[in-house]
Design a protein around this ligand. Structure first.
Ligand code: CDP
Ligand code: CDP
Length: 671
C-alpha cells in the first residue's frame, strides 16, 4: 500500500544544516573491503538504509561478525582476510544493485561454496550477465535454480575460489559488475580483469580503485587490464570515515534554486574533490546558476543567481540527472540531458519515469514518454520551460507524482514541490510512496522540513561540570545547530594572558595584553572555536592546572568580559552565515547577558559531589565548588539562572535523557 505526501512549498528562504546520510556506494564498498580485510574495521558515518542493511544482513548470514550501531552511524566488522565462514547460504538482495553484484563476486572466493541468491522482481530484470560470464571464466558455476546457465537472478552459485588468469567483463550496462571484480581481484593471485566494451560511470570504478588502495591493495591498469601487483588480504585501516552521499547532497544544492532570496543551506562534510563522481553535479548546478561556496569540510549552497537552461552530459554522474530534470521546467531555456541511456535499466527506467511525471505536470519533453516507451535506445531528454503548464495542471489540486519505487524520483520531485509555484503557499505536488526514499535517504523529508525553520538560539548556563558542553554538543548534532563553548573562550584568553605574563592582580598588565589578541572563529563539524591569531589552542592547554586555577579570576574582570562580549554575540551571525539552523551557546552568563532574548534558555545543575566525581573520572583535578563560588559572586555578569530559564538537574540523568528534555523545549519553541 503506497501512501502519499503532500509537499508544502517553502514560503521563505531555506536555512540550516542539511542532514545528509553517508554515501551508499562508499558504505557498501567499505563493508565488502572490511569483510575481506584481516581484522576489525569500524566504519564511521555509515549509511543505514535498505541497501546497506541488505548487505549487512547478508554478511551476518554468511557468518561474519557485524555490529551495527544505527544511532551512532557506526558499523564494526571483523574481516577474515578472504575467508567466508559459511559454505552454504540463501541470500536475498532485494533491489540493491551494489549488494547483488558485490556479493556475487565475493561469494566466488569460497573454495567449495554452494549459494542461492535472489532479488525482488525489479532486481531479477537488472543486468548481471557480464559479471556472471566473467566469474564462470574464473571457475564458478552460475546457474538458474533449474540448473541451466543463468543470466540474472535467481541464481545458484557453485564456487571453487577464483582461479588465476585474466577474466574479461562486459560492464557496459553496469559499472558495479567491474567494481565487484576489482574488489575481489587482490584475493586471487595472478587474477586480472579486462573490460570488454565500453564502461559507464567511470567515477564509480575510480572510487572502487581508490578504496581498494585505502585498504592496502592498490590496483593498476596494465596493458588495458586491472591487476593487483601485491595480491593478498586487505589491510584494515581500523577506522574508516564514510563521506556524506554526494547524490543526496544534490537535492540540497538544488533546493535554494526554488526557495528564493536569502536561502543558505550548509552541507557538512561535503568535499567537491572527494571519492564520489557525483560531486561533479556541483559544476552543472553552477552552470545553471547555483551559488556555491566551499569551506574546509563543508559546502554552503546559497540562493541561485539564475535558472539557466543548457546542454549537459550526465554520463559520469547520472544519478544526479533527475535532480536537474525536476528543476528544468522552471529554467529560462530548455535543458538537454545526455548520456543517461543506462539509467533506463536502474531502479526503474529513469528517463521514462521523469518524462512521464513531467508530462503529468503538463511539461513538454522530447522525446515524449510515448516515444521512450517504444524506443528503448533513446538516451537523451530535453525538457522545456513549463511554469504556465504546471500552474494550470495543479490549479485545483496537487498533482500526484508516481515514484516507481525509485527514491531519486521521489526526492527530485520533492525539491520541485518546494517551489512556491502559486505564490500563496498552495501545495501543488504530492509524492506517492514517499517511503521509497528509504533506499538511500530514509529521513529525506524530515531533512527538508528542518530547513524550513527560523533561526533558533539556545542559551545554556550552569556551574562547572554540570554537563553544559556534553549536552550542548549532543543537542547541536541532533538539531543541526552550531555549538559555542564560551568557557573555552575564557580559557583561551586566560592561557594567552598567562603567556603574556599578565596576572589578574595587575589590571594594567591585562589591559596591555588584551589588544594584542586577534580573535577569529574556526568551524569544525558543529563546533565553532575561538582562534587566536588564526590558531585554535589545544584542548589540553586549556585545561591545564594553571588555567583551571586562573580562569575564574580573569573571567571576573570587567575588562576581560567586555573584550569578549561583542565577539560572543557575533557568533549568532557566524552561525547564520555558515548555514546552521540555530546556535547553542553555553557558559555562565549566556541566558542573562549574551543572549537574554534566546528562544530557549536552560540552567543545568548537578550535585557538587557528582560534578567533582565527573571531573575526576575525566582525570582532572578541578576545584569545582570554589570556581562556582567565584563565578556566582563576581560583580560583572555573575553566574545566575536567568529569569524564565528552565532548570534541569541532571545529577541522576543520563546525557541522553537531558538531550531529550532539551529536544522538548526546542519543539515547544519551534511550534
Ligand atoms: O567546563 P567548566 O564548566 O569547568 O568550565 P568552562 O565552561 O570551561 O568555563 C571556565 C571558566 O570560565 C568558568 O569557571 C568561568 O569562570 C568562566 N566563564 C565565564 O565567566 N562566563 C562564561 N560565559 C563561560 C565561562
Ligand atoms: O561543560 P561542563 O563543565 O558543564 O560539563 P561537561 O564537560 O559537559 O561534563 C562533565 C562530565 O560530566 C563529562 O564527563 C560528562 O560526560 C559527564 N556528564 C554526565 O555524566 N551526565 C550528564 N547528564 C552530563 C554530563
Amino acid at each position: 500500500m503506497s501512501d502519499v505526501r503532500v509537499i508544502q512549498p517553502f514560503r521563505g528562504p531555506a536555512r540550516g544544516l542539511a542532514r545528509i546520510p553517508g554515501s551508499k556506494s562508499v558504505t557498501n564498498r567499505a563493508l565488502i573491503l572490511a569483510a575481506l580485510a584481516d581484522g576489525e574495521t569500524i566504519l564511521e558515518g555509515a549509511l543505514f538504509s535498505r541497501d546497506t542493511r541488505i548487505l549487512v544482513a547478508a554478511l551476518q548470514e554468511l557468518g561474519f561478525s557485524v555490529d551495527a550501531d544505527e544511532s551512532a552511524c557506526r558499523i564494526k566488522l571483523v574481516g577474515l582476510g578472504g575467508r567466508i565462514p559459511k559454505a552454504k547460504a540463501k541470500l536475498h538482495v532485494g533491489n540493491a544493485g551494489t549488494a547483488a553484484r558485490f556479493l556475487t563476486a565475493f561469494l566466488c572466493l569460497h573454495p567449495s561454496g554452494d549459494y542461492e541468491i535472489d532479488g525482488d522482481a525489479a532486481m531479477r530484470t537488472r543486468p548481471m550477465a557480464g559479471l556472471l560470464r566473467a566469474l564462470e571464466s574464473a571457475g564458478a558455476k552460475c546457474l538458474t535454480p533449474g540448473g541451466s546457465p543463468a543470466d540474472s537472478f535467481p541464481l545458484r552459485l557453485i564456487t571453487c575460489g577464483l582461479v588465476s588468469g585474466e577474466v574479461s567483463c562486459d560492464a557496459s550496462s553496469s559499472s558495479q559488475m567491474l567494481s565487484a571484480l576489482l574488489m575481489v581481484a587482490p584475493l586471487a593471485s595472478g587474477f586480472s580483469v579486462r573490460l570488454s566494451g565500453t564502461t559507464v560511470s567511470e567515477p564509480f570504478v575510480e572510487m572502487t580503485a581508490k578504496m581498494c588502495a585505502h585498504f592496502g591493495r592498490p590496483l593498476i591498469q596494465s596493458h588495458g587490464a586491472w591487476i593487483c601487483s601485491q595480491p593478498g588480504a586487505y589491510r584494515t585501516p581500523c577506522i574508516y570515515a564514510i563521506e556524506p552521499d554526494a547524490t543526496a547532497a544534490s537535492y540540497f544544492i538544488a533546493l535554494p534554486a526554488v526557495t528564493g532570496k536569502e536561502s543558505r543551506v550548509r552541507l557538512a562534510g561535503y568535499d567537491v574533490s572527494g571519492l564520489q563522481g557525483d560531486t561533479a553535479f556541483a559544476t552543472v548546478a553552477r552552470a545553471c546558476g547555483a551559488s556555491l561556496h566551499e569551506e574546509t569540510g563543508a559546502l554552503i549552497a546559497h540562493s541561485w543567481t539564475a535558472l539557466r537552461g543548457g546542454d549537459f552530459n550526465f554520463n559520469a554522474f547520472s544519478d544526479t540527472f533527475l535532480t536537474v530534470a525536476a528543476l528544468a521546467p522552471l529554467f529560462d531555456k530548455p535543458v538537454t540531458l545526455r548520456g543517461i541511456g543506462h539509467t533506463r535499466h536502474q531502479e526503474t527506467d529513469r528517463v521514462l519515469a521523469m518524462a512521464t511525471e513531467l508530462e503529468r505536470l503538463g511539461v513538454r519533453v522530447e522525446p515524449s514518454a510515448q516515444s521512450l516507451r517504444i524506443d528503448q535506445s533513446l538516451d537523451t531528454l530535453t525538457i522545456h520551460p513549463g511554469r504556465e503548464a504546471m500552474l494550470a495542471a495543479s490549479r485545483k489540486a496537487p498533482v500526484a507524482i508516481h515514484t516507481y519505487e525509485d527514491h531519486r524520483v521521489a526526492m527530485s520531485f520533492g525539491i520541485l514541490g518546494s517551489y512556491n509555484l502559486h505564490g500563496n503557499g498552495q501545495p501543488w505536488i504530492s509524492i506517492q510512496d514517499p517511503a521509497c526514499t528509504g533506499k538511500t535517504f530514509p529521513h529525506f523529508f524530515e531533512a527538508l522540513e528542518q530547513l524550513r525553520g527560523s533561526f533558533l538560539r539556545i542559551a545554556v548556563d550552569g556551574g562547572a561540570a554540570s554537563g553544559k558542553s556534553s549536552t550542548s554538543r549532543a543537542v547541536a548534532a541532533a538539531h543541526g545547530l552550531m555549538h559555542v563553548d564560551t568557557g573555552a573562550h575564557y580559557r583561551s584568553i586566560t592561557r594567552a594572558l598567562l603567556s603574556a605574563s599578565a596576572t589578574p592582580d595587575n589590571t594594567r598588565s591585562v589591559i596591555a595584553a588584551l589588544p594584542t589578541l586577534q580573535l577569529g572563529t574556526k568551524i569544525t563539524g558543529h563546533s565553532a572555536q575561538l582562534t587566536l591569531s588564526g590558531w585554535v589552542p589545544m584542548a589540553a592547554e586549556l585545561r591545564s592546572p594553571e588555567v583551571n586555577a586562573a580562569v575564574s579570576r580573569f573571567a571576573a574582570m570587567s575588562e576581560v568580559r567586555h573584550f569578549l562580549f561583542e565577539y560572543q554575540r557575533s557568533q549568532v551571525s557566524v552561525a547564520q552565515a555558515a548555514g546552521f539552523s540555530g546556535i547553542i551557546m553555553e557558559g555562565r552568563d549566556i541566558g542573562s547577558v549574551i543572549m537574554p532574548d534566546a528562544e530557549v534558555r536552560i540552567f543545568l545543575e548537578a550535585d557538587v559531589d557528582a560534578r567533582t566525581a565527573r571531573r575526576a573520572a575525566e582525570g582532572q583535578s578541578d576545584a569545582v565548588l570554589s570556581r562556582d563560588q567565584q563565578d556566582a559572586s563576581r560583580i560583572t555578569a555573575p553566574m545566575v539562572c536567568a529569569d524564565g530559564a528552565t532548570r534541569i538537574d541532571n545529577t541522576s540523568l543520563s546525557l541522553l535523557e537531558v538531550v531529550e528534555k532539551v529536544g522538548l523545549l526546542i519543539a515547544q519553541a519551534r511550534s
